[in-house]
Design a protein around this ligand. Structure first.
Ligand code: SF4
Ligand code: SF4
Length: 532
């Protein structure tokens, strides 16, 4: 019941905050990774255990392993070292985390989440901490601290909203990433991250879809486009010498509402005659390695450039996905590049040079489509989206990690007539997370997801009541998977869609039959009063 989750107590913690005892309650945590997945990935300490167990069966040398891992990372990552040192506890970040807002748990304040790690850093890596201990906020690394890390570093979606408000730019998401890396070293990780990662390593995508099944799914989508438009379309897979490799999250071809986004891409590519190919191995843009460690991120990402090289394309176009773009934009070219076998991307339709992608050689589909619209290359009938009253959720990674703020809005306003923004402090750089990113989008921790998603849902509720909004558009596969549940719980009556689903509805394709239904198979409804 929403009323129950709304009774959020924001009060001072009982006793000393350094007391690390955590209550593991079902609904608030994710379950441990199955040993077969840890083994497949070649990660240490696979074993049967669960967070509820008193004995986590930690390896005998667990403490030494964690401290050595911490030392290595303090030497390797300047940002980690800096973030361990510079927080002045001003509190500007304290109420900015959606998990704190939704749970009232003080250890979900970004400053305190980071302090869980800093206190150990002080004890083992600073002179004052070694000499003065608790007096300077240092504490011993104990099994209870490990359990507390697991609890709170898997209650952070790495959304980076807190960092927007920190005067020092401290990025708590990076501290969370370090926490998860250290936990990985002793085999304390979650199945919702490790199983998709293992599948990805084996077949290229999260669900373990093999090449023939991938081809069937894509053909099914092509047939569906033909049913809707009357136009037979071809979707090339593994075609060597194509100009562009298109990479999307696998959810686009096996989940809804993502699937309608895929239909939109295919319609667009057919209409503009794009010379492109899909890859049956780079069949996943998403990268759950990001929710585990830099090393795993790198391993899972490697297939993107490898496939681009094998297929001899000129550049890469990427679909609607959040963390895929965090990796593409912030890590890919330094982790697995330089991709100097590719060319700086140029739109074959408009001639636009995507200077922002000069290094990665990868362009976001919203940049690509916005450029087409800007140059008048698409015929669009906005009235075909009249049944929707749309608002836009800035997915955390595209907005905060790559600054993709205007292009999705430009596309949306070009393809629908009813668009309303949520309040300014809940969108763009300040967007609130869905509450289910970073590998937390399972049902095991549903209570925590609903709590963490509450601030986002609250802003949607505002525009629903004020403007009658009934559709939440977004450009992230995890959002599309988890926001429907969030909406159903907090704001019933609001559906979720990708930007390119709405583009596909509005796109007037050369030679198409008269459309009577939208991509969901629902009858097209126009608002007669505003018909253009
Ligand atoms: S990164 Fe996001 S989830 Fe993590 S502490 Fe900051 S605001 Fe909270
Ligand atoms: S805003 Fe930055 S400096 Fe201030 S308490 Fe938070 S992390 Fe520390």
């Amino acid at each position: 019941m929403p009323e129950k989750l709304l009774s959020i107590e924001q009060k001072r913690p009982q006793g000393d905050w350094r007391d690390a005892k955590v209550e593991f309650r079902k609904g608030t945590i994710c379950y441990s990774a199955a040993p077969k997945n840890i083994t497949y990935l070649g990660l240490p300490n696979p074993r049967q255990w669960q967070p509820f167990d008193a004995d986590w069966k930690l390896p005998p040398n667990w403490k030494q392993t964690v401290l050595e891992g911490m030392k290595e990372r303090l030497q390797k990552y300047r940002s980690f070292r800096l973030f361990m040192e510079i927080c002045v506890r001003c509190g500007a970040c304290a109420d900015k985390c959606h998990f704190y807002v939704g749970s009232g748990d003080p250890k979900n304040m970004p400053v305190l989440r980071a302090e869980l790690m800093r206190s150990v850093y002080r004890r083992y890596f600073t002179l004052t901490g070694r000499l003065l201990g608790a007096l300077v906020g240092a504490r011993e690394l104990t099994e209870d601290v490990i359990k507390e890390w697991f609890y709170y570093f898997y209650q952070c979606t790495g959304c980076r909203r807190c960092s927007v408000f920190c005067p020092y730019g401290i990025d708590t998401a990076e501290i969370t990433m370090m926490g998860r890396e250290l936990l990985d070293l002793i085999g304390c990780n979650i199945n919702w991250v490790m199983e998709p990662a293992a599948n990805c390593l084996r077949t290229g995508n999260h669900l373990g879809v093999q090449p023939h099944a991938f081809q069937d799914s894509i053909q099914f989508a092509a047939d569906e486009v033909e049913d809707i438009t009357g136009l037979p379309i071809e979707v090339p897979i593994n075609r060597k010498g194509a100009e562009i490799l298109f990479v999307m999250p696998s959810a686009d071809y096996f989940a809804t509402p993502h699937y309608y986004t895929l239909l939109g891409y295919l319609m667009l590519f057919h209409e503009i005659g794009l010379d492109y190919t899909l890859s049956a191995y780079a069949s996943e843009g998403g990268n759950f390695g990001l929710f585990s460690s830099h090393e795993l991120t790198k391993r899972l990402n490697a297939k993107i450039y490898e496939e681009a090289k094998r297929l001899r394309v000129k550049w890469i176009l990427g679909g609607e996905c959040g963390h895929m773009w965090r990796v593409f934009h912030q890590y890919m070219d330094t982790m697995n590049g330089p991709a100097d076998f590719l060319e700086p991307p140029v739109s074959p339709i408009t001639g636009t040079r995507f200077e922002n992608a000069r290094s990665t050689r990868a362009v976001h589909i919203c940049e690509f489509t916005a450029d087409l619209i800007h140059h008048g290359k698409l015929r669009l009938d906005r009235g075909r989206n009249d049944r929707w009253n749309v608002t836009y959720h800035d997915s955390c990674n595209p907005s905060r990690a790559m600054g993709l703020l205007e292009e999705p809005r430009y596309v949306l306003k070009s393809v629908c007539r009813n668009f309303h923004e949520m309040p300014a402090n809940t969108i763009r750089e300040q967007t609130f997370c869905c509450g289910s990113g970073a590998g937390l989008g399972t049902d095991e921790n549903l209570e925590m997801r609903l709590r963490g998603g509450f601030p986002r849902a609250n802003a949607v509720k505002y525009v629903k009541e004020k403007h009658g909004v009934n559709l939440l558009a977004c450009i992230c596969a995890i959002d599309k998977a988890t926001l429907p549940t969030l909406m159903e719980y907090w704001v019933p009556g609001v559906e979720v869609a990708g930007v390119h689903e709405l583009l596909g509805n509005a796109l007037v394709m050369t030679g198409e039959k008269e459309r009577t239904a939208d991509l969901r198979g629902e009858p097209l409804v126009r608002e007669e009063a505003t018909r253009e």
